[in-house]
Design a protein around this ligand. Structure first.
Ligand SMILES: [Zn+2]
Ligand SMILES: [Zn+2]
Length: 313
């Protein structure tokens, strides 16, 4: 039942309730890179101790990390739970996008190796049925039995994305700034469901018009969206995804699948996707660009390289 004060609560929305936060994304990234201790989370993310403390507590409450006594020593460390490990495809798809579009933005580069085949790899999002690489234009979607409408509660708290590391380099890139911000992610979600005009996006997200204007301007500045005139009046524009923006689709799919797995109720998934080329329900699998086998946390290795990128002016 559509209500004019509610928005679509698909699994992306539910997933963002947990991970749609810049410090959470930075901490989960480090957890996948093998960080376990509080002090390492602080030094490797560059976040304030109080911020790390609060977000680790949240991730333990959400059952993404478990706090365990350290074996043979004093204190505690943090380990990924099944629900946390299940976010590995999200992390891979974010890494893929960062490598492809903003390789020089951050002060370190994560390189991925597939231990099974022994080669350096880039994750490739493919259909689990036909193994073709996923293109959003090949995916049909319809509302599923579990689609609910919710009244959105946007938290005022928003992490300041302009924070810099001591060396002057930015802490976050477009990827983390985007998915760390529910508003911006909902705008991108609207685009993938063919909602392109300001008033329609506003109805779909229920964002205050000034906030929506700010997010649209930022997404255009970041090269995620472009404006296209839709009438003879030069000031009537609609928003479209650029190639860089369209390539965010595997990240949204990974979030959707994680949300479906951990938050769907007994009615079933809120959104049903079909891969048109093969006609089957779409289930995305992250595969190795070298051998084509599935990349899993247990068979993937990371190395970290300093990029030597100049700090942004
Ligand atoms: Zn397929
Ligand atoms: Zn491989």
């Amino acid at each position: 039942m559509k209500h004019d004060r509610t928005i679509r609560a698909c699994s992306i929305w539910r997933a963002l309730d947990v991970v749609g936060d810049v410090p959470v994304l930075l901490i989960m990234e480090q957890a996948f890179l093998g960080t376990h201790s509080f002090d390492e989370f602080v030094s490797r993310t560059g976040l304030a101790r109080s911020v790390v403390n609060g977000r680790l507590k949240k991730l333990v409450d959400e059952d993404c990390l478990a706090k365990k006594p350290r074996t043979g020593g004093r204190g505690f460390h943090y380990v990924l739970t099944q629900k946390g490990r299940d976010q590995f495809p999200n992390a891979l798809m974010m890494l893929r996008w960062q490598h492809k579009w903003e390789a020089a933005e951050r002060d370190f580069q994560v390189r991925l190796h597939h231990a099974t085949c022994g080669h350096a790899t880039e994750p490739v999002p493919v259909c689990g049925h036909c193994h073709a690489e996923i293109d959003p234009r090949d995916v049909a979607w319809r509302e599923g039995p579990g689609l609910a409408q919710v009244i959105p509660h946007y938290e005022r708290r928003r992490f300041n994305g302009d924070v810099r590391r001591p060396g002057g380099r930015p802490l976050v890139d477009t990827m983390i700034e985007l998915f760390g911000d529910r508003w911006a992610t909902l705008v991108v979600r609207a685009m993938f469901t063919s909602i392109n005009r300001f008033d329609d996006i506003q109805r779909d997200t229920l964002m205050a018009t000034n906030i929506l204007t700010g997010r649209l301007e930022r997404l255009v500045r970041q090269g995620i969206l472009k404006t296209v005139p839709y009438s003879s009046h030069a000031d009537r524009v609609e928003y479209r995804l650029t190639a860089k923006g369209r390539d965010l689709y595997p990240v949204l799919l990974a979030l959707l699948q994680w949300g479906d797995r951990w938050f769907a109720d007994e009615r079933g998934p809120p959104l049903l996707l079909t891969h048109r080329p093969c006609g089957h329900d779409l289930h995305m699998v992250a595969t190795c660009s070298h051998c084509g086998d599935e990349l899993q946390l247990a068979n993937s290795r990371f190395t970290i390289e300093e990029t030597g990128a100049e700090p942004a002016p």
